[in-house]
Design a binder for this molecule. Structure first.
Ligand SMILES: O=c1ccn([C@@H]2O[C@H](COP(=O)(O)OP(=O)(O)O[C@H]3O[C@H](CO)[C@@H](O)[C@H](O)[C@H]3O)[C@@H](O)[C@H]2O)c(=O)[nH]1
Ligand SMILES: O=P(O)(O)OC[C@H]1O[C@](O)(CO)[C@@H](O)[C@@H]1O
Length: 882
């Protein structure tokens, strides 16, 4: 018994806690309202400016039929003169899906929160595509997993996938044809990484995949096109992380990119903020959501086509992004259709193609009313049925089934549950373990023993039997996450004739319009869920109608239809491919016979220090007997003219270098010497024109320049009433693919991320960066940067990226961080000669370690830049003469 005094104190404490909670809730609500308002203002202002801009000068008189036709905006209608892929085409298609456990047979769906609908989607898509006429090979790239406790199948570098049964065509096929899972090692070898932790290793994946694609394109070329490489028709990224990977690969190879989001980060962030359980920072820590959103923006910049599963995904989810806006997209499409000028603006084409189901798995042993079709006495019930039945005291009751990853947002704590496989809850990933623990706690709290089944394990092949069991008991399927991007389980349930109760948030609304096989509910309203279930299970006619409708309409979700639509879309893309040196060309290669390549990419140092760094690195290679086998590349924001005078003033020869990556990666030059005697010798710089056409993709040219000049005039320094412009066009340092601007007072520059946002809102796809200590702004094509130029060099001249060493400082231009990561080695030159970092430089909205593995063995730091320091770096990296 407590004393009255204790009781009072407790009461007081409780009252205080309740008051404090209410206050916190109010604060959160206020913060949320302010945040939403701020965001609306932030995005709407420039948007209103863009559209009004356009109605005045760009889209005048644009009120014709096209501008209002939604199919024009997204290109989602298949009518018209869309070219088709024919059986004579022999396409090579690359799909990328990096996270989760991916394999062709016995998928472990639901084993963790990364192995779910997307894994099934991409594997089935790969199989279905490879079975289509006109498709020669499909490679589905994922991560190689060699961690203990994971089946060895996930470590196999190549897994052939059996093609689907609808293959009914004949095609001559070679050794390399078909569908394959290709597993690329990246990140720590012995560890399984959740999707939130893959970001720092994506560049490494890109380099590994690049080398496979180049080899495979050549091998297919040998088989089908007289030795000319058969480059991928598209590189298709699935989910944000593979969006970045696909953008980098599509840039490195100059082939079209396609993207499918699967589950968009902005929507997830909004939903989590609304729930009010975590702050923005906490959400970012758990989900690395800002990397995910930036990756999705990048995917919008680089993609030619975005595949959405529903219209809602386009209009309500993609529309939240800086890089996409429905009205602007519609206007631009209309202009493209008419052949009118878009003034440098580009929008990816949004196409709605829902996923399909594999009808091969369908077994119907029940009639339309769900009555058993005379079961043969000899046939045994599937073993999974007894696994489930053992939980129930009354197995005849209608079964309410949920099949979902054990994930908080799936909202499964009220249902009958197939929620992954487990050995022991204690060994599961924290988030999944928490979901399962709360399920068990609730069963105990409400004494639901004998009424809820939560089988420990099930095989992929048993999932159809689980749906059949629910049909047999005249049950229902429930899918009530707070938000569902699509919901593969809904079409699975329909295929088995199981009526559904689904969330009204997200795609199920559109799925319901097609299937009409159940009821939609508010996932936050437990009573509504209960009422809907009661109605569906107790009204026999309604149940039968829903079953019938599902079975009748499910054919609209078919992989062959999906693929037909998909292939007709990609056939509209203009052909693009990389500049690739043939074996004969390689004889004349500028970096010929050099096993190693040293790239000097040090930015924030004085000219004198830069010259010393150059001299010492050449000298270090000489002393290590590496001169003959090392190529040198200078990679900088300087123009070729500036490089020439810098080297000449220091008495150095440009021909000590094999290539110059200049203007921050928008120009590539190869130096050479003409004349046969020292007296008449002259250095010339050959511009790599193939590189120019390689990076030309979506370059805004004059339209972009005009916009930037107008924008520059609005960036001012204010003193009282006096305004002074701080950014000016700088034609002297500009080139065809580099628009340079002089900055007279960097203190008044807007942060780079603001400029990047503005460019996206305007759908001007470009890469803006501050360099020369933020005294210069360069705007270059979206696929141009110093690290991208390096990948181009590797593809074009056959350089192995593992043999490249990049020297950088402790800070650098805005594209500096891209130089970390990947298969090449990075040496950071540390010391006071580096000028300190500037906050306006960064485009990141998250910590560097979220995207760069600073502890990678490929990255080392040395103090100073003396010859001996450089030699020790070469030794540390195990670079030695053969
Ligand atoms: O224990 C389990 C849990 C799930 N599954 C299967 O896993 C898939 C789950 O797919 P889905 O219902 O679509 O959910 P997610 O895993 O969350 O998939 C994401 O990706 C899908 C494909 O884009 C979208 O449909 C979803 O909305 C999106 O959340 C289905 O095939 C299930 O049958 C199992 O086999 N066993
Ligand atoms: O769980 P998140 O972070 O919302 O991401 C969902 C993604 O992960 C998976 O659930 C697992 O495959 C995908 O299906 C989906 O695209």
């Amino acid at each position: 018994m407590r004393s009255p005094q204790e009781k009072n104190t407790r009461l007081e404490n409780m009252t205080w806690r309740i008051w404090n909670l209410a206050r916190k809730k109010k604060e959160l609500e206020k913060e949320e309202a302010n945040r939403l308002l701020k965001r609306r203002l932030e995005t709407e202002r420039p948007r209103v400016e863009t559209t009004s801009d356009m109605s005045e000068d760009l889209f005048e008189g644009e009120k014709g039929e096209d501008a209002g036709d939604p199919s024009v905006a997204y290109g989602d209608s298949t009518t018209g003169n869309t070219p088709r892929i024919s059986s004579v085409d022999k396409l090579y298609i690359v799909l990328i899906s990096l996270h989760g456990l991916v394999r062709g047979e016995n998928m472990e769906l639901g084993r963790d929160s990364d192995t779910g609908g997307q894994v099934k989607y991409v594997v089935e898509l790969a199989k279905a595509l490879s079975s289509c006429p006109g498709v020669y090979r499909v490679d589905l790239f994922t991560r190689q997993i060699l961690a203990p406790n994971f089946d060895r199948s996930y470590g196999e570098p190549v897994e052939p996938l059996a093609s689907t049964s609808f293959k009914n065509f004949k095609q001559e096929r070679g050794e390399n044809s078909g569908a394959y899972i290709i597993r690329i090692p990246f990140g720590p070898k012995d560890k399984y990484l959740a999707k939130e932790h893959l970001w720092p290793f994506i560049q490494e994946f890109v380099d590994g995949a690049l080398s496979h694609i180049v080899k495979m394109s050549r091998a297919i070329g040998e088989e089908i096109s007289c030795g000319h490489p058969a480059w991928p028709a598209v590189i298709h990224g699935h989910y944000a992380s593979a969006g970045v990977a696909a953008a980098l690969l599509s840039g490195a190879l100059n082939v079209p990119m396609v993207f499918t989001g699967h589950f968009l980060g902005k929507d997830k962030l909004e939903e989590l903020l609304k729930q009010g359980r975590q702050t923005r920072e906490q959400i970012n820590m758990t989900y690395k959501i800002m990397c995910r959103i930036e990756a999705e923006e990048l995917a919008l910049d680089a993609s030619e086509i975005v595949i959405a599963s529903t219209r809602q995904e386009i209009e309500e989810q993609w529309n939240l992004y800086d890089g996409f806006e429905v009205i602007l997209a519609r206007k631009l499409r209309a202009r493209v259709k008419r052949g009118a000028n878009c003034y440098g603006r580009y929008m990816p084409r949004m196409v709605i193609i829902p996923p399909g189901v594999e009808f091969g798995h369908m077994i119907h042993d029940f009639d339309m009313d769900g009555e058993e079709d005379g079961p043969s006495p000899a046939s045994e019930d599937p073993s999974i049925w007894s696994e489930i039945m053992r939980f129930f005291t009354n197995p005849r009751k209608p079964m309410i089934l949920a099949v979902a990853r054990p994930y908080p947002e799936k909202n499964i704590t009220t249902l009958t549950l197939i929620m992954g496989n487990r050995e022991a809850i204690s060994k599961m990933h924290n988030m999944s373990a928490a979901v399962l623990t709360s399920v068990l706690t609730l069963i105990d709290e409400y004494d639901l023993y004998g009424q809820v089944a939560y089988p420990k394990r099930h095989k992929h092949s048993e999932v159809p039997d689980i749906y059949r069991l629910a049909v047999r008991t005249k049950g229902a399927f429930v899918n009530v996450p707070y938000f569902e991007q699509f919901g593969v389980t809904l079409i699975e349930a329909a295929m088995h004739g199981l009526p559904v109760i689904a969330t009204k948030n997200g795609a199920p609304v559109e799925i319901h319009q097609v299937l009409d096989n159940g009821l939609l509910v508010d996932p936050h309203d437990q009573h509504a869920i209960a009422d809907a279930l009661y109605k569906l299970l107790s009204e026999k006619q309604l149940w039968s109608k829903c079953r019938e409708n599902g079975l009748k309409n499910i054919h609209q979700f078919s992989w062959p239809e999906h693929c037909k639509n998909y292939l007709s879309r990609i056939s509209t893309l203009g052909p693009r491919h990389p500049a690739f040196a043939s074996n004969e060309d390689r004889i004349k290669a500028p970096i010929k016979g050099r096993k190693h390549v040293t790239v000097i990419a040090v930015d924030s140092v004085s000219k004198e220090d830069l010259i010393r760094i150059v001299r010492n690195s050449i000298e270090a290679a000489r002393k290590e007997n590496l001169s003959g086998s090392t190529g040198f590349v200078l990679s900088t924001s300087l123009t070729i003219g500036e490089i020439h005078s810098l080297l000449m003033s220091a008495g150095m020869l440009p021909t000590d270098f094999h290539a110059f990556i200049c203007n921050s990666g928008s120009d590539l030059y190869y130096p050479s010497c003409t004349g046969d005697t020292p007296s008449n010798s002259r250095v010339t710089f050959a511009l790599d024109r193939s590189y120019q056409s390689h990076i030309e993709y979506h370059w805004g040219g004059e339209g972009l320049r005009k916009y930037l000049v107008k924008w520059a005039s609005s960036v001012v320094e204010r003193r009282g009433r006096i305004e002074k412009q701080v950014i000016f066009e700088d034609p002297e340092h500009s080139s065809t693919y580099c628009l340079a601007f002089k900055v007279v007072n960097p203190n008044h520059l807007p942060p780079l991320k603001e400029l990047q946002k503005l460019m996206r809102i305007q759908s001007l796809r470009c890469h803006a960066l501050y360099n020369h200590g933020a005294t210069r702004l360069s705007v270059i094509p979206i696929h141009a940067s110093r690290s991208k130029a390096l990948r181009y060099l590797s593809v074009r001249w056959g350089i192995e990226l593992q043999n490249v060493v990049v020297l950088v400082g402790e800070t650098g231009d805005s594209d500096y961080e891209e130089l970390f990561g990947g298969l090449h080695k990075t040496v950071i030159l540390k010391g006071e000669f580096n000028t300190s970092a500037n906050r306006i430089h960064s485009v990141r909205r998250y910590p560097l370690q979220d995207v760069v593995a600073l502890d990678s063995p490929n990255i080392i730091g040395i103090e100073g830049y003396g010859t001996d320091d450089m030699r020790s770096a070469l030794k540390q990296l195990d670079i030695r003469a053969q």
